[in-house]
Every structure is written in structure tokens, then in C-alpha cells.
Write a protein that binds this ligand. Structure first.
Ligand code: AMP
Ligand code: TRP
Length: 330
């Protein structure tokens, strides 16, 4: 029997090339060998304030993106988290098995609550890793393909699953993270010490999957470089150019050694021009497909309905088993 993969992206904006390289591209490959669940995690999106109209648009944009990058709804289960109420239900059941201290140590919570201070941080934001654990554990997931920033949440999921199994008897499969060696952390084009992020205010450090060709060109040409010249891969000493090389590597499949050989004697300008060219060639068909899918919300709804039909019975069965173990079910 095939092993199970589960992953999700929050519908908080159009995905950027960090999401694509760190997560979505792996998802496409995994469809060959795994039973895959790819979720649009809208219940997670509302842990920070969202405009309802925009949120609904983003849900469709993520669905269109999943399809455009190559997620095949015939092979994989593509669905919307809030359609399957068992996610929030298992989230609650697991919350009762979680300690405040365990969640207050999560780095994503610490980062995101810094702005408001913990007194004003949302309870949903605080409990976010428990909902993520529920997502994963509902489907007996073996592998979770994500970017590096999600590592701690998956470790927490394993910890929580193990604790539950020990207390109530074998119920959950312990999942493993699938994190790529290169590209698990694509950095901002404007500040290579920060990860590329949807919340980049100016947008200049982030390439969105729907950016037009000229915008991609401009952002790459204006990307910061390192103080020492030369195209060589050294994320410690040359973080900016190493980041650009990671992007180039993922788009072309060229090894770092080949990139160094090809561009060794050339300047940053030449390398950036080549990078812009390969990136545009790679992203423009994806952008076209996203826009095509977005014109057909009926088709997107149909695919999400079919995903719901496949995910719901599995999730329901698992929640029933959990309630039974905890003494809740009649
Ligand atoms: P999010 O947009 O936070 O829902 O993230 C969706 C997926 O993209 C997760 O698996 C993240 O780990 C991954 N991801 C987000 N930002 C980056 C980045 N800058 N580099 C690599 N992966 C990323
Ligand atoms: N927390 C993930 C992120 O911010 C999104 C997510 C929610 C997720 N549930 C998940 C990823 C389950 C993998 C598996 O990117």
C-alpha cells in the first residue's frame, strides 16, 4: 500500500517562489509514489486578521495555483480545510492534551506575536500548531513536505501523537517531515537574512507566481548581492548570491557546480540576466494556467467538492476513533 502525504498552504496571498520551490514543487513529484492530500488551510489563515472577501478570492487563487503547478485531482485529494469540520474538531480534542508551555515555545508564534505582544495575540494564533497537528494526524500521514520553517510544527505533531498513543493506546501514525536540502528556505531578494515571505511590505524581495515577466525581470535585476564578487555557492559567506543560485538550481535542474562553472568568470549582472530569463520561461506558463483556472470557478468548486468527498470519510473515521478512546462517544 502507498504511504500517505499531507501538506497545505494558507490562502493568505498568491504563493511566491519560496512556497513553490520549498513546498509545491515537491508535492507534484510525490504524487507518483504516494497517496497525497493537498489542502487549502483556510482555518489557519484566520489566525491573523483577514478581509472576508479577499480571503474567499485567495482560496480560489490557491486552488488554481495547485492545479497550475501540476497537482492532479485524479491522483491527489485536493480540498478545502474548512469543508471538513473534523479538522477543527480534532484540533479541539488535541488542544485538551497540549500544555501552554509547549505552545509558547513555538518560534512562529513568538515571531508573529512580537508585534502585538502576547496579551493581544490571538488564541487561534497560539493554538495554531495543534490545528496543524490535527490536519496531519487525521489521515495517518507518513510524510509532510514543507519548507524549513515548518520543521518545529512537525516535531510538535510527532510529540503530541506519541503522547496521545501512550495515554490512550495506538491511534496516530507518527509523521516525518520532508524538507529539501537546497531551497527549503528561499530568502528575500532584498534581505538575504530574512526568508522570502508573503508579508514583505514593499514586495520587492518576493516574486509572486502571478508576477508579470517585466516585474520578475526588475525584481531579479534589483536583488541585492554580496560584498565580494563572484558566483559561488556559500550560504554563510555569500548569502545573497547563494539564494539566487538556489532559485536557478531549482528552475533549471543544474547543479551548483555547473552553475559555478558556467558563471564563474562572469559578473552578477550577467548571472541575474540569465536567472531572470530562466525564471520567466518557467513561471509564465504557470501564470497563464492560474489565470485560466481562475476564470472557471465552477470547475474549481467541482474539484474541491470531489476532494471533500474523498477526505471527509477518512477524517470522520479517525475522529470517531479518537472520541471513542477518550470516552466521548456513545
Ligand atoms: P505558507 O505560505 O506559510 O502557508 O507556506 C506554505 C509552504 O511554503 C510551507 O511548506 C512553507 O514551509 C513553505 N515556505 C514558505 N516560505 C518559504 C520560503 N521562503 N522558502 C521555502 N519554503 C517556504
Ligand atoms: N503551517 C503551515 C504554514 O504556515 C501550513 C499548514 C497547515 C500545513 N496545516 C498543515 C502544512 C499541515 C503541512 C501540513 O505553511
Amino acid at each position: 500500500m502507498k504511504e500517505t502525504v499531507f501538506s497545505g498552504v494558507k490562502p493568505t496571498s498568491i504563493p511566491h517562489i519560496g512556497n513553490y520551490i520549498g513546498a509545491l514543487r515537491q508535492w507534484v513529484e510525490l504524487q507518483k509514489d504516494y497517496n497525497c492530500y493537498y489542502c487549502i488551510v483556510d482555518d489557519h489563515a484566520i489566525t491573523v486578521p483577514q478581509d472576508p472577501k479577499m480571503l474567499r478570492e485567495q482560496i480560489y487563487a490557491i486552488a488554481a495555483t495547485y492545479l497550475a503547478v501540476g497537482i492532479d485531482p485524479k491522483k491527489s485529494t485536493l480540498f478545502l480545510q474548512s469543508d471538513v469540520a473534523q479538522h477543527t474538531e480534532l484540533g479541539w480534542l488535541l488542544m485538551t492534551q497540549t500544555k501552554m508551555g509547549e505552545l509558547s515555545r513555538m518560534t512562529q508564534y513568538k515571531d508573529k506575536s512580537k508585534k502585538t505582544g502576547s496579551e493581544s495575540a490571538g488564541v487561534g494564533l497560539f493554538a495554531y500548531p495543534v490545528l496543524m497537528a490535527a490536519d496531519i494526524l487525521l489521515y495517518d500521514t507518513n510524510k509532510v513536505p514543507v519548507g524549513h520553517d515548518q520543521m518545529q510544527h512537525i516535531e510538535f505533531t510527532r510529540f503530541l501523537a506519541r503522547r496521545f498513543n501512550e495515554k490512550f493506546g495506538q491511534t496516530f501514525v507518527l509523521p516525518q517531515p520532508l524538507i529539501q536540502k537546497v531551497g527549503a528556505r528561499i530568502m528575500s531578494l532584498k534581505d538575504p537574512s530574512k526568508k522570502m515571505s508573503k508579508s514583505d511590505e514593499s514586495g520587492a524581495g518576493t516574486i509572486m507566481l502571478t508576477d508579470e515577466d517585466d516585474v520578475i525581470q526588475k525584481k531579479i535585476m534589483r536583488a541585492v548581492t554580496d560584498s565580494t564578487a563572484g558566483i559561488s555557492y556559500d550560504p554563510e559567506k555569500k548569502p545573497a548570491v547563494s539564494n539566487l543560485m538556489s532559485i536557478y538550481h531549482h528552475v533549471t535542474g543544474d547543479t551548483m557546480k555547473k552553475i559555478e562553472d558556467d558563471f564563474g568568470g562572469k559578473g552578477y549582472g550577467d548571472f541575474k540576466k540569465a536567472l531572470a530569463e530562466v525564471l520567466i520561461a518557467h513561471l509564465s506558463p504557470i501564470r497563464t494556467k492560474i489565470n485560466e483556472y481562475l476564470k472557471n470557478p465552477k470547475e474549481l468548486n467541482k474539484i474541491l467538492d470531489e476532494g471533500f468527498e474523498k477526505a471527509h470519510p477518512i477524517a470522520e473515521k479517525k475522529v470517531r476513533a479518537v472520541k471513542d478512546k477518550m470516552g466521548l462517544a456513545r
